[in-house]
Design a protein. Structure first.
Length: 554
């Protein structure tokens, strides 16, 4: 049997360390009691990716990306939490009496031998990034302990909800729900989806605009998880046939988090969506929202008008509200009276009067807006124009000397004009009141921690050349622990802005088509969404696939 080669010798053979560096590192490492690979990464002798590549290519040890894996809870139970933490390992799957094991150090033969004896199975080590492995251990073992406790209680009791303490702070149900929420906050998820299936309960997170399945729980846990979340939001636990809405504030890692909860009856039980909002997050200045050098002056011109309607358009989750709040922050001065009517109030702004819509008391957008106009405002912000009544009051307010900011669900900037007319607003009111329309989408930003140069393909280069973006500095993310191996971290906005001039006002009075409005806007200098996005691709901020994903190609 060939002698087992040590990791230091492998790194020297690969040319990543000299014999002198290895000797120095070994001497320093003995004092820290850290494993050699971990020590070398911590002291910047090499990167974790270089270590993974050496083990993968020199020894043929496969590299595994845990975020792509669906791990069966039964496999997790084969190794205790103590051993998983002690040796930094995670069982992944069972194949023909062989346990696939993700390890931070696949050359830790003592750990492999101990785990082989404790499980009675052959161990096949795979290498995983240490930070990704630590998160996975915390995720699966932390949640699995509570899941096992709940399952045990449910097996011993016939009445699930009547017997299981869903409201006691130390109960396994409470711990499970808290762990689901805490993990969502830690990875920056905007929404938590709890989806009942026929034979399971899926936990999914929306991170940077994309959904991903984080965990699958046994189906019998659905009712107790839902009951706990309803108790948190003061909803009716017994009502299962009607949708309900609620909210709860929590403090997680010393940060205040507002969670909006929505329930929906489905054929397999109640689906729950929790929208997560970090109340301690600070609003970005307008200059940091991603508005281009062409679009920023146009938007500033729109919001600095003494009157008129400024609309932010786009689908749900496209960052419209954040842009509105950033505009309000810019306008918020001592000599300006700003009043808002919102559902819900997402950010609390000092010096601004904010009104929360309350349908149970009859305080709708329209009724709140009418009352606001009697409060001597300079600037009015309406969270969303949803109906004809709200739209008409908003445009008439703009015509009587107020600046009105609001959002509208449309696919493009010019489509907002047709949408208002379709609602029933008279064309002369739309023509006289609208001053600026912004269409917005959010795209994922290339991860700054694993960003590498990307040579454009022939098709990409041709498209960029067509729109005047020559010599692009394109980037892509190779995937790292910071971005969950996706290559993206955070988001930025792309925009198109239509400033309504006299010619466009005349066209609105004639009820012309969207294509006519758009053709005129392009002649006047409109930069379409796709072009604004390509500019950000050429600057290395995002990727071509992201731009096509959110904007399509016209």
């Amino acid at each position: 049997m060939a002698p087992r080669k040590k990791i230091g010798d492998l790194l020297v053979d690969a040319g990543l360390l000299t014999q002198e560096q290895l000797a120095t590192a070994l001497q320093e490492q003995r004092e820290t009691k850290m494993r050699l690979g971990e020590f070398l990464i911590k002291r910047n002798y090499l990167t974790e990716q270089q270590l993974i590549e050496v083990l993968e290519f020199q020894l043929g040890i496969p590299h595994i990306q845990l975020y792509r894996q669906k791990i069966d809870p039964k496999v997790i139970n084969m190794i205790s939490q103590r051993l998983a933490l002690q040796h930094q390992v995670l069982p992944v799957r069972l194949e023909n009496n062989k346990l696939i094991l993700a390890m931070a150090d696949p050359l830790d033969y003592f750990a492999i031998d101990e785990l082989r004896m404790s499980t009675g199975l052959r161990i096949e080590p795979y290498i995983a990034a240490r930070d990704e492995l630590q998160r996975a251990i915390k995720r699966y073992y932390g949640l699995q302990e509570s899941v096992d406790q709940i399952s045990q209680i449910l097996q011993n009791r016939e009445q699930e909800e009547a017997k299981l303490p869903a409201g006691e702070e130390d109960s396994p149900v409470v711990k499970t729900v808290n762990q689901i929420i805490i993990q969502a906050v830690q990875i920056g998820a905007s929404d938590i989806h709890i989806d009942p299936q026929e034979d399971s309960l899926r936990i999914r997170y929306r991170v940077d605009g994309l959904m991903r399945t984080e965990r699958t729980l046994p189906a019998h846990m659905q009712s107790v998880i839902v009951a706990r979340i309803k108790i948190m939001a003061n909803l009716n636990v017994a009502e299962r046939r009607q949708p309900q809405d609620g909210r709860v504030e929590m403090e997680i890692d010393f940060r205040k988090v507002d969670i909006r909860i929505s329930t929906l009856p489905t054929i397999h039980g109640e689906k729950i969506v929790m929208r997560v909002l970090d109340l301690d997050s600070t609003l970005e200045e307008l200059e940091k929202l991603g508005l281009s050098d062409h679009n920023l002056p146009l938007f500033l011109k729109g919001i600095q008008n003494p009157h008129g309607v400024v609309l932010i358009t786009g689908p749900t989750g496209s960052g419209k509200t954040t842009t509105l709040y950033s505009a309000l922050s810019r306008l918020n001065q001592e000599n300006v009276n700003i009043v808002t009517v919102e559902d819900p109030v997402e950010y609390k702004l000092q010096g601004i009067n904010q009104v929360q819509v309350n349908l149970t008391t009859g305080l709708t957008f329209a009724r709140g807006l009418r009352a606001i106009l009697r409060q001597d405002p300079n600037v009015v912000m309406v969270g969303e124009i949803r109906d004809l009544e709200t739209a008409e009051i908003a445009v008439r307010a703009a015509m009587t000397g107020h600046l009105v900011l609001s959002t509208l669900h449309t696919n493009s900037a010019v489509n907002a004009i047709t949408r208002l007319i379709d609602m029933g607003v008279e064309p002369f009111l739309v023509s006289s009141s609208i001053s600026c329309i912004v269409a917005q989408r959010l795209v994922r930003r290339v991860c700054p921690y694993c960003m590498t140069d990307h040579q454009p393909t022939e098709a990409e280069r041709k498209l960029l050349d067509e729109y005047g973006f020559r010599n692009p500095a394109m980037k892509k993310g190779s995937g790292c622990g910071e971005c969950g191996r996706t290559g993206f971290k955070g988001r930025l906005a792309i925009h198109e802005i239509v400033y309504v001039d006299n010619t466009l006002r005349s066209m609105i009075l004639q009820k012309r088509s969207d294509s006519d409005y758009r053709s005129h806007a392009i002649k006047q200098g409109l930069v379409p969404l796709i072009v604004d996005g390509l500019g950000k691709v050429a600057a290395g901020q995002t990727t071509m696939s992201e731009i096509f994903r959110v904007s399509g190609f016209e």
